[in-house]
Structures are given as C-alpha cells and as structure tokens.
Design a protein around this ligand. Structure first.
Ligand SMILES: Nc1ncnc2c1ncn2[C@@H]1O[C@H](COP(=O)(O)OP(=O)(O)OP(=O)(O)O)[C@@H](O)[C@H]1O
Ligand SMILES: [Mg+2]
Length: 369
C-alpha cells in the first residue's frame, strides 16, 4: 500500500495544497519555516487521524481558519485505489473517512498504510526515561499483532485496581486479605505482557544489529529487553509481589512488574542513552525504526510508509549515503531537508523532489522534465 497523492486544506501554514508522491523516495526541501514538517505531519494526520507533533490538535488548523482537512489517495499492491480523509474543527468530533465511508477510528481500517515516523524530538526514545521505550515497544506489538494490544490494556487495568486497593488498605477501608487474589490476576497479565515484549524484541534485535551496522554505527549494537521480573511464571511473579507488599503499602503503589521494564539500546555493551554521541543516538533511533519497518513487513505483509523529518542533519557524508542507500531499497519514504545536497542520490530520476516555500509546494522543474 502506498500513498499517491496528498491534499490539504487549512492545515498549518497551508491554505490549499495538493502533491503527488513518488512510489519510492520523495524529498521535500526548503528553507527553515517553509512548511516541510507541516507537510509530513499532514501526511501522518491523513493516514492515522492524529498528529505526530502535538497532542493539542487545535494547532494543526491554519490560523484564522475553522476546519483543517487532509485527504490521502492510496494504491494497493494490486493497483486498486483507496482514499482516506480527515476533517477536524476544534471542539467538534473529527470526521474520519475511509473510501468515502465515515469510520470511528482509522487504526481499525484494514487498508490504511502503517506509518513509521522519525522526528528530531523522537530522539527522546533513545535518550529519555524507560517509560517512553516501554510504550513505544507496546505500540510495535499492537501494530505487528493487532490481537495482542489487549494484553497491555488488561495489565494497565489490573495495575490500577491493585493500586486502588493498596490505597484503600492504607486508609483502612479494605483488608489485606483481598490482595493475593488481585496479585494473581495482575501477575497473569504481567507475564503475558512480558512474553509479548520479549517476542517483539527478539524479532527486532537481529535486524537492529544489522541495520545499525549498515548505518555506520559500528558492530555490536544491541537491543535488549530488560524485564523487571525474572519470575518463571505467574505464580512466581505473584510471590514477588507478595514479598514487596510492605514497601508497596508504604509508597501507596505497586513498585514491581512490567510497568518498570526497560528496553536498552547498547553498543559494545554500553547504553547509548548515557554514552552515545548525538549522531550515534540518531543512528540508533533510525536503526530501530527501520528494524520495526522490516518486522512489520514480515508480520503484516506490508512495508510501512517512512516519514523522516530533518533526518540528515548531524550525520556525516558517509552516514548520509548509508541511510540513503537503505531508503532507496523497497518501500515508500518521505524525507525533509533544508539542503538537497544533504540527501545523496536526490537528483536521481526515480526520486520525487518537492520544493516548499511559504506554505506553497512546487514540484521541481528537474523532476517534472
Ligand atoms: N496553525 C498554523 N497556522 C498557520 N501557520 C502555522 C500554523 N502552525 C505552524 N505554522 C507556521 O508554519 C511554519 C513552520 O512550518 P514547518 O514547521 O513545516 O517548517 P519547516 O519547513 O519544517 O522548517 P525547519 O526547516 O525550520 O524545520 C511556521 O512559520 C509557523 O508559524
Ligand atoms: Mg521542520
């Protein structure tokens, strides 16, 4: 499945725009503030119904306009055409359409393309606290095996219930006798979640290692799951919870279980989070996203659309070439850059170039020729 055309109306700095995307690489270039990231965000918005940039979606509506609208035309592997549309006015329910039919959520739409996005602020995934990596890995689980997304939710609910019970015991509103039953329930969901996370990391790890090497991060890059509990089964984990009851009661919440897991990105056995340079952390994030793309391709038989914002900055010329080579393989990707010269091979005939200036998109004369 790939996106062939994007139409925007009153989205960010664009009053109206319509662009054609290449089946392979599209490079969006222009000066700072020209509207490159806005275009990438619009494509994400059209494919998922959400912004990849802000949780305050009012921001996407063009200043002084009322409704932002994005339409994405798609073509599947058999050449059939599809269309997604998102209309958004602040304070109103979003209007999501798939092939002209109103839907509640785009995530449930079978034909929507999966999207992987790199934005500079996503480096937090490498540099930031474990919570970001946990939730990211859980999203990869949900994207790879939609049926398993329920595991994470079930664990979250059981954890909230146990925390509520701890609070009730502390304030004398409940007795401790009911804890073991809840612990058994929590432990069951915890082990299921740990299994899913272990499975997805196992799927990603060899690819991460190979892609990190292909991106010039050097040999010995590792993605490693670090579960908080090493218990053999649910009964073992329930016993671990029981051992920690006193400290949990003191704190008022559960301090043990998969909500304290981490996924480490390492090179030479050391955490890139602590020891990696800016460029190395960037390469590690790219290797992770590309590994996810390959894993999704295998699990769902479709290559996700890659949206890469300002990805070439901070990379040296060799690494830029390595990344460009990886992207020029199969699949569709859209890259933004302030300088076309930073995208090796951008002048090739099979690359679509779009120049952006002041909220207006121009297809490069060279590309049209
Ligand atoms: N809701 C909005 N309505 C109108 N303009 C907006 C809106 N939101 C952002 N903008 C404008 O969009 C411009 C930024 O666009 P964008 O982030 O796409 O730039 P860019 O080309 O990615 O630049 P850079 O190279 O610096 O990353 C800013 O000038 C900003 O004022
Ligand atoms: Mg930008």
């Amino acid at each position: 499945m790939f996106a062939t055309r994007l139409r925007l109306r009153d989205f960010r700095s664009y009053e109206r725009a319509e662009i054609e995307l290449g089946a392979g690489l599209t490079v969006v270039h222009g000066r700072n503030g020209a509207g490159k990231t806005n275009l990438l965000e619009a494509l994400y918005f059209g494919c998922t119904g959400r912004s990849c940039r802000t949780s305050n979606e009012r921001e996407v509506v063009r200043f002084d306009a009322e409704t932002a609208r994005v339409e994405v035309d798609l073509r599947d592997a058999e050449g059939r055409r599809h269309a997604l549309a998102v209309g958004f006015s602040p304070g109103e329910t979003k209007r999501l359409q798939a092939d002209g039919v109103l839907v509640e959520r785009l995530v449930d739409v079978e034909m929507r393309p999966l999207v992987c996005v790199f934005m500079p602020d996503r480096l937090e995934l490498v540099k930031g606290p474990p919570a970001l990596r946990r939730s990211h890995i859980d999203q990869v689980i949900a994207a790879s095996w939609p049926g398993r997304s329920a595991t994470r939710r079930a664990y979250g609910r059981a954890l909230a219930q146990r925390n509520a019970l701890l609070a009730a015991i502390r304030s004398g509103r409940a007795s401790r006798d009911s804890l073991p039953a809840w612990d058994a329930e929590l432990a069951r969901h915890a082990i299921a979640l740990r299994d899913d996370r272990a499975a997805v990391v196992e799927l990603l790890a060899p690819r991460f290692d190979a892609l990190a090497a292909a991106l010039g991060l050097g040999a010995g890059a590792q993605l490693r799951y670090r579960p908080r509990s090493k218990a053999a089964d649910a009964a073992g984990l329930a016993a671990e919870l029981a051992e920690r009851v006193e400290s949990d009661l003191e704190r008022g919440f559960s301090g043990h279980g998969p909500h304290r897991d981490d996924v480490a990105l390492l090179r030479g056995g050391r955490e890139l989070r602590a020891y990696g340079s800016q460029g190395e952390q960037r390469l590690a994030l790219l290797a992770l996203l590309l590994a996810e793309r390959e894993a999704l391709a295998e699990a769902r038989d479709t290559l996700p659309l890659m949206l890469l914002d300002d990805v070439m900055s901070e990379l040296d010329p060799d690494r830029r070439r390595m990344l460009a080579d990886l992207l020029s393989g199969a699949g569709q990707s859209v890259i933004t850059t302030t300088d076309l010269a930073h995208v090796p091979g951008a002048d090739r005939a099979n690359v679509t170039r779009l120049a952006v200036a002041g909220g207006v998109v121009l297809r490069d004369a060279a590309a049209a020729a």
